[in-house]
Design a protein around this ligand. Structure first.
Ligand code: ATP
Length: 448
């Protein structure tokens, strides 16, 4: 089943409408690095907020954490990243391009068909030096995942939160991987953001909790509007499991380049806490006073990419359709993800309309991310708002000056309702919460 939209169209919309720009563009760009523009930063923030709300705020068994990107190098030795966080790398002997050996078909260079070197293992962690002296003793790594910051703080969090197991610790933050073949826009980059949960459970209950988090994670995307038929689950084969994993599922999405991983949910067993206890010399176990037990918890880890989720939400929301003979591009983003919730659009720049339009804007902007736009024709402004996924446009026309009513246009159905300016914010609030947009009755009321 082919994906419904080409990546080129997504990249072009993102550039055109201020979602995502190539990094350092005026210098020719930097491979696989991207900057989030005014719309992109709102969308990305909304994705992270939706995840934090679902995983931390709406539960009493998960707390949050924000740990540093650079950590003691011993962390990465203990976690196995120094020895195992590698990909097999081959280099073309003719054009010198480098490839991930397991990601190419055949034995020749995909670029020039040249002969390839034997694979050598390449560590994906970025190295840098801490302090003014560039020597081996001062090497530190940029974290390739946020999870280790959680494991090394397990004791701190359990002690201070005074919560019982099962207990989750969640973190959102930047990770860095020196990927051999980044690409597909923001799907695979060398700097990206993770949304990770480490959910600590009693050994023996881990399989149940793995099933639970696979379902929770899958449903999160569906609740936020991703079509179920564009998502699927895939269990890792035994030979595919990471060195720390007892079991693992990928949630895959039908991206423009085909089915690819969106999120991984792994049963990490007690690998990490045991390793850190061994290497740090600090005991990392959990004492259940009521049951009179002490054990090293097992960990279930849903690990999602913020940027990859942003891409999936954009691809899934994208639609080109024909409305009254004209092509319309629209992002059917879930209301909670839309960068702008409501746009205030006076019919024209006519000075008689401006004061009321500004009054409407002032009324709405403290409550919702609101855009004010009075440039160009109203048709072009609607088109812009459709392309950035704004759920509602409020239009102020000359009749508004008489009856103190405005028109609200809904993005997906294009239906319109006429409502009083007084109390407009309550109407928008209800519609954003999902109240039916019943155009027929309200519009009919106005016609009478
Ligand atoms: P892949 O197999 O695609 O390289 P992975 O299995 O190494 O991914 P994990 O370590 O499980 O990925 O990371 C969890 C999630 O983080 C992924 O599902 C993805 O959403 C995101 N992610 C991982 N690597 C990258 C990257 N280089 N760029 C953007 N997102 C990434």
């Amino acid at each position: 089943m082919p994906a419904k939209v080409d990546m080129d169209k997504i990249v072009s919309l993102c550039k055109r409408r201020g979602f995502i720009f190539p990094s350092s563009e005026i210098y020719g760009g930097l491979a696989s690095c991207w900057d989030y523009g005014p719309m992109g930063v709102e969308l990305k923030r909304n994705v992270k907020d939706a995840w934090w709300k679902a995983v931390v705020h709406e539960r009493d068994d998960v707390v949050g954490l924000d740990t540093s990107i650079m950590m003691h190098p011993g962390v990465w030795a203990a976690s196995g990243h120094i020895d195992n966080f590698t990909d097999p790398l081959v280099e073309c002997k003719s054009c010198h391009l480098r490839w991930r050996a397991d990601a190419i078909e055949g034995k020749r260079c995909p670029q020039c068909s040249g002969e390839l070197t034997e694979p050598r293992m390449f560590n994906l962690m970025f190295k840098t030096f801490m302090g003014p002296v560039e020597e081996k003793a001062s090497i530190v790594y940029l974290r390739p995942e946020t999870a280790q910051g959680i494991f090394v703080n397990f004791e701190n969090v359990v002690t201070t939160s005074r919560k019982k197991l099962p207990l989750g610790i969640a973190q959102i933050g930047k990770s860095f991987r020196n990927e051999i073949t980044p690409g597909n826009f923001i799907f695979r980059t060398r700097e990206f953001e993770h949304m990770e949960l480490e959910y600590f459970v009693k050994p023996g209950t881990d399989e149940k909790w793995l099933d639970y988090w696979v379902k929770e994670s899958f449903d999160w995307y569906v609740k936020l509007g991703i079509k179920k038929e564009n998502l699927r689950l895939r269990q890792h084969g035994k030979d595919e499991l990471a060195h720390y994993a007892r079991d693992c599922y990928d949630i895959e999405y039908l991206f423009p380049m085909g089915w690819s991983e969106l999120e991984g949910i792994a049963n990490r067993g007690d690998f990490d806490l045991t390793q850190h206890a061994k290497c740090s010399g600090k005991e990392l176990s959990y004492r259940d006073a009521e049951a009179g037990e002490k054990y090293v918890p097992y960990v279930i880890e849903p690990s999602a990419g913020v940027d990859r989720s942003v891409l999936a939400f954009l691809v899934d929301a994208y639609e080109e359709e024909e409305v009254e003979g004209e092509k319309r591009t629209v992002l059917h983003l879930h209301h909670s993800l839309a960068p702008i919730k409501v746009a205030v659009l006076p019919l024209s720049r006519n000075e008689k309309l401006t004061p009321l339009a500004k009054e409407v804007f002032k009324r709405l902007c403290p409550r919702f991310v609101t855009d004010y736009d009075d440039s160009q024709s109203i048709g072009r402004r609607y088109r812009r708002q459709d392309e950035i996924g704004t759920p509602f446009c409020v239009t102020i026309d000359f009749e508004s000056l008489e009856d103190k009513q405005v028109t609200i246009r809904e993005r997906d159905s294009l239906a319109q309702i006429r409502v009083p300016v007084e109390g407009l914010e309550k109407v928008i609030e209800a519609k954003l919460r999902g109240e039916a947009f019943d155009a027929s009755t309200l519009w009919a009321t106005r016609q009478k």
